[in-house]
Design a protein around this ligand. Structure first.
Ligand code: PNS
Length: 167
């Protein structure tokens, strides 16, 4: 357990478009490890998300409601600036497979260079979720495939509504 004066704050950043059961697994693990976990959605105008930041915030808040030490927020600009602003000393990221490693290593080392006091901690999602990504979930549902068990039920409902409206 990481402890610090005032409690260790960790940031779990991402696009979460939409949240999957893999993300939820990471939130569960992070909430147990840190005193406070802030799930932070990147506001990125250059990406074309399926769900708005407000919709993603709403979904994340609902699925994380049972964790008293988890907050949901959004940010723009540099992640390390946001983390410093929140008093966070840790960034958590999930690693599913070796293919994630290179990108994650680059980000972690860049963030370390920008802010040496902030540590990136990698958590392994359960093997049950290691193949799930938001991108694949969107592709599968848009082509009529079954996504039950891959995303929280409330996310599945929202995705179905989008698909029936032609996404
Ligand atoms: O879920 P994602 O899309 O893989 O998350 C990527 C994210 C949001 C963690 C990353 O793009 C990010 O931190 N963006 C903020 C901008 C930044 O700080 N860039 C320099 C860090 S390498």
């Amino acid at each position: 357990m990481v402890t610090k004066r005032g409690g260790a704050v960790a940031i779990y950043p991402g696009s979460f478009d939409p949240i999957t059961n893999g993300h939820l697994d990471l939130i569960d693990r992070g909430a147990k490890l840190f005193d406070r976990l802030i799930v932070a959605i990147l506001r990125n105008e250059s990406k074309e998300p399926l769900f708005s930041v407000e919709e993603r915030t709403e979904m994340l808040r609902e699925v994380a409601a049972s964790y008293p030490n988890v907050d949901v927020d959004s940010f723009h600009g540099l992640l390390v600036d946001y983390a410093a602003d929140k008093g966070a000393s840790v960034i958590i990221r999930g690693i599913r497979a070796m293919s994630d490693y290179e990108y994650e290593l680059q980000m972690a080392l860049m963030n370390r260079r920008l802010a040496p006091g902030i540590e990136t901690v990698f958590l392994m999602a359960s093997e049950d979720y290691s193949f799930i990504s938001s991108r694949l979930v969107k592709e599968v549902i848009s082509l009529g495939g079954d996504i039950s068990g891959l995303v929280p039920p409330l996310v599945e409902v929202r995705l179905r509504n989008r698909v029936s409206r032609g996404i």
